[in-house]
Design a protein around this ligand. Sequence first.
Ligand code: FES
Length: 473
Amino acid sequence: MKSIWRETCEIEERKPLDENIETEVAVIGAGMTGILAAYYLQRESKDVVVLEAKEIGSGQSQNTTAKVTSQHGLIYHSLLKQYGKEKAQQYALANETAIREYQNIITDLQIDCDFEYKNSYIYSKSRKELEAEAKAACLLGLPAALTKEELPLPFPVWGAVEFQNQAQFHPLKFLKAISEKVKVYENTEVERVEGNKLITKQGSVQAEKIIFACHFPFVNFPGMYFARIHQERSYVLALKDAAQVNGMYMGAEKGDYSFRNYGEYLLLGGMGHRTGKNAGSYDALRKTAEKWFPNSREICHWSAQDCMTLDKIPYIGQYSKENPDWHVATGFQKWGMTTAMVAALIFRDLICGQEVFYKDVFSPSRFSLGNLPALLAETGHSIKGLGKRVLFIPGKEVEDILPGQAGVVLYKGKKAGVYKDMEGKIYAVDIRCPHLGCQLEWNAAELSWDCPCHGSRFDYRGNLLNNPAQKNI
Ligand code: FES
């Protein structure tokens, strides 16, 4: 199903690339990051093209809750502890700058995208963590306060950390307006990158600088982003006749819910889980909605797929030491709209040779010993996924699968993922993820095969839904 953003905004189609061209900057990915980066670089008189595998905004930009905020969970207390005041301040300042930049562009170009300032809240039942976060945020100069006032939430909480003057908007209305200023080739998938050349089926682009703004960077070496990112899914319902919450809310604990309004609708988000683990579902979220808002009606639903880093800070900057002309932005956690702007501003300054005073905290080459346990856990997930494909021998055959269900079976003598539709038609796919070979897992809520290692996804027919894989199965 389409998100409320896609239901209410159409973006004009662009032609695919059909020749070999040269440019100063080539951007891979026409989501918010890629389009904003191209827009800013063009304003600095750079020649820029954007290559998009599908359509403008067809990735996470259409599946967000579209909050623009520097409040990213309980991050500031841990940032201060792990990286110190200077870097924590860089993070805070970069994200506060992003909010103002959205407002500047919207005012300059008079974009009608339902942008409105709202306060943002992290709520919790526990007082201690909120107090520590509020203290850290205030120390960094953020517009933060601890609030114990009653919040318009359907359950009791101890209180919340409130950030003032944050924002929410309609991401595709904004993206549509900005993308009209930028040269984009749609349905132009970059198959590989050779030095400074992007190779697609229809043509190539030779560029002085390349920006990977394609959600999960698909070049495995150098960079090895696959070893330090995993992906998570979460679900959103747009509800009519639910509640007006006058703000943007997110819980401090795993499994908490997210709330914001879009006009008369309440956007209720939750049930997040690691991609490939399949713990969440729309049905569970619907049950929660029924309990809290019994008179509400679902207008539409959608799901988000987010890249998560080891230390909860995005990777923005030079792709690797070996490739000084390649830049990357990934690992936005659940804060894609704000971080897209941060990344675009960093790329503008890096590529135009200007000083970027908040780039260090986002540096993709950073390493902290504190991240070692998370790195080992990621490696463990990959070993488990690979081992399962090599060692697990299915005990079921295709006859054992009931209509509407799926499983890993022996099919025509080979291990395969089989989905049987309600009419009994069989859809069999290779269960090996084409990215790095882990075994795919069935996602019953979305009828897809999902990779527990790095989060690639495929529909039941085998078509690629989410990278880093680049091929169908
Ligand atoms: Fe990396 Fe599947 S996404 S192995």
